[in-house]
Design a protein around this ligand. Structure first.
Ligand code: CTP
Length: 138
């Protein structure tokens, strides 16, 4: 069985997240997602997610392409998480291109292109101003 692992906050789930997860899942047989804890998000992005860690986990677990989730508490522990889950492939969006090459000694590292035109941060801005979110393609 080929195991894929990926990481992210996945706050206010949007089509960019879903496409990334579906493409990641298609690379193997089993998809594990490390979901950033609320505190890690504060450290990483300077703000708490809108949805709690518990709710983000519940939402991701409801997706048919996601087999397993766990909470990522620390960016420094990525190597340990990859090994604990026996992952064969680490998938990251290409906003992280090159940043995880150090793990290519323990698994394959793949960067997938991001979906243009949407991010949780933009989404929050759009909601506040009542604007619709339109994403092309897919
Ligand atoms: N992602 C993607 N396309 C987008 C947005 C995100 O493929 N338009 C991918 C990221 O590359 C990452 C995963 O989805 O692999 C989770 O990203 P996350 O940081 O949680 O989502 P963003 O929408 O980028 O959040 P933010 O605006 O808060 O940075």
């Amino acid at each position: 069985m080929k195991k894929i692992i990926t990481f992210g906050t996945y706050d206010l789930l949007h089509v960019g997240h879903v496409r990334l997860l579906e493409r990641a899942a298609a690379l193997g047989d089993y998809l594990v997602v490390g979901i950033s804890s609320d505190q890690l998000n504060v450290n990483k992005k300077g703000r708490a997610p809108v949805y709690s860690t518990k709710d983000r986990i519940e939402i991701l677990q409801a997706l048919s392409c996601v087999d397993e989730t766990f909470v990522e508490y620390s960016l420094e522990d990525k190597g340990r998480y990859i090994q604990e889950h026996n992952a064969d492939v680490l998938v990251m969006g290409d906003d992280w291109a090159g940043k995880f090459d150090e793990f290519s000694n323990i698994c394959e590292v793949v960067y997938l292109p991001r979906t243009e035109g949407i991010s949780t941060t933009h989404f929050i801005g759009n909601i506040s101003s009542g604007k619709r979110v339109e994403v092309s393609g897919g």
